[in-house]
Design a protein around this ligand. Structure first.
Ligand code: HEC
Length: 443
């Protein structure tokens, strides 16, 4: 018996020491990580500031890479992967982080130099029917090294009886476009409206957001509001366009319609730049079967933030939202939303049976990385489930993202939506539940 135990211990010792001895090399150990978790942004004309597409480029930044992955600055993936997994998860495992540290420490050996990184496949043009919807006037981004947030509209004109299957955003100034949210507005022919009239965008730095609807002529002439379908298209650097699973999604389209961008965020630029980002709208003659809906809870949404969202200077404060799901739903994406002084965000649901369904947890909120988190499969929440959101805001001078120095009271200012005011929202996109949805891949 004893010799068996000794033999077993020797084996374990061998396995452990062998693993420790092997110095990671680029070709076998590093390239696959960069390939999977970095390259989609760090390639020529990607969203990242430089390419990491071969050994030389990566090794020349080795120390910096070791630093940013160690401190989880890169890759950008605010959601806690130990709480919930999502499609396209970018977070590195501890093992991957260790491997990178060790590789840099050991002088970044190359290994088999014949192995090359494969650039992410340029998307093959599908044989789809799409139109390009371009801005009548390019955005003008002043070279003042400040963030710029525009609200805009893109007119759409299509033949009658056409439906939208999907909408893809194609950024122009890839390194500057930091996010974009688009909504669809359909205008009734029976009412007078002028949505195709200039101006086509407003720089929020220059205009109070309350007046933006009027400034962009988005309402009917009598002042009433047309029908808005929220969040028809969203973009962040590195986000890859994908249609919803088969048979899900799509939008009806009126003869007169606009894509209403609220908003598009351009990062700071030292020089004046224009941007002609555009949309690819995939058309179909089939009416949507399972159109996507959304619940927006919290600020401006279906249930209030408690207590009122207002954070006094030099305070750290937590707020809550509760919402009861009114019907059986299948969740397609989970979108937490706060502004600059948001710190933590956690959401989960409790089913009528008492079971908990984890939605998303973010321990270090970053305004610049607001993803549409997609669960691997359609996620069912039965009617009567209670959704909870807990969110923390840090309005101290120690918060480097505080827009005010010295700190001042920051509140939602009745839903002003300005970046320097705050918001707390959870947005869920979903379809009404159908038997078998749990087995549908959300890829
Ligand atoms: C979703 C897009 C995206 C992905 C994926 C991504 N990066 Fe980045 N990276 C950026 C952007 C954008 C910047 C510019 C700085 C910023 O905006 O935070 C950046 C900056 C960097 C920097 C410079 C940081 C500095 O302080 O100058 C390094 C190094 C870096 N990334 C390495 C990586 C590595 C390594 C990976 C993969 C493990 C990775 N990035 C994945 C978008 C990305």
């Amino acid at each position: 018996m004893l010799h068996r135990i000794i033999f077993f211990l020797i084996c374990i010792f061998c396995v452990v020491t062998c693993q420790q001895k092997k110095t990671p090399n680029f070709s076998e150990d590093i390239a696959p990580i960069i390939q999977q978790k970095c390259l989609k942004c760090h390639q020529q004309n990607g969203g990242g500031p430089f390419a990491l597409s071969n050994y030389e480029e990566i090794a020349s930044k080795g120390q910096l890479i070791a630093h940013v992955v160690q401190h989880k600055i890169m890759p950008p993936w605010p959601a806690d992967p130990e709480y919930t997994h999502f499609i396209g998860e970018l977070a590195l495992t501890n093992q991957e982080i260790e491997t990178i540290q060790e590789w840099v420490k050991q002088g970044m050996p190359h290994g088999d130099s014949s192995i090359q990184l494969v650039l992410p496949n340029q998307k093959k043009e599908e044989n789809s029917n799409y139109i390009l919807v371009k801005a009548p006037k390019p955005f003008f981004i002043k070279g003042d090294n400040k963030d710029h947030f525009f609200v805009a509209k893109y007119p759409i004109q299509v033949p009658a009886n056409t439906y939208i299957e999907a909408i893809e955003f194609v950024p122009h100034q890839v390194k500057l476009v930091h996010h974009m949210n688009a909504h669809l507005i359909n205008y009734a022919e029976s009412k007078t409206s002028n949505p195709f009239k200039a101006p086509f965008w407003v720089d929020q730095n220059q205009q109070e957001s309350q007046r933006i609807h009027q400034a962009l002529n988005l309402c009917y002439e009598d002042g009433s509001y047309p029908v808005l379908t929220p969040s028809v298209c969203n973009y962040l650097p590195g986000s890859q366009f994908s249609k919803y699973p088969n048979g899900i999604g799509g939008f009806s389209l009126a003869k007169k319609a606009v894509l209403y961008i609220n908003d598009i965020h351009f990062g700071p630029s030292p020089i004046d730049v224009t941007d002609s980002s555009y949309f690819k709208i995939y058309l179909t003659n089939k009416a949507p079967v399972r159109p996507v809906s959304e619940f927006q809870i919290g600020t401006l949404g279906l249930s209030p933030v408690v207590p009122n969202l207002s954070v006094p200077p030099n305070c750290i404060k937590t707020f809550n939202i509760e919402f009861t799901v009114p019907e059986d739903i299948s969740i397609l994406s989970i979108v937490p939303h706060m502004h600059l002084i948001g710190k933590k965000f956690k959401s989960y649901a409790i089913k009528p049976s008492g079971d908990t369904v984890r939605l998303v947890a973010i321990h270090d909120w970053d305004f610049r990385w607001q993803y549409f988190y997609r669960p691997p499969h359609l996620l069912k929440l039965p009617r009567g489930s209670k959704i909870y959101v807990e969110a923390m805001y840090d309005n101290t001078a120690q918060n480097p993202n505080n827009p005010f120095s010295p700190p001042q009271t920051i509140s939602d200012r009745n839903g002003s939506m300005k970046t320097t005011d705050e918001m707390l929202q959870l947005i869920l996109t979903y379809v009404p539940y159908k038997l078998g949805d749990e087995d549908i891949s959300n890829e």
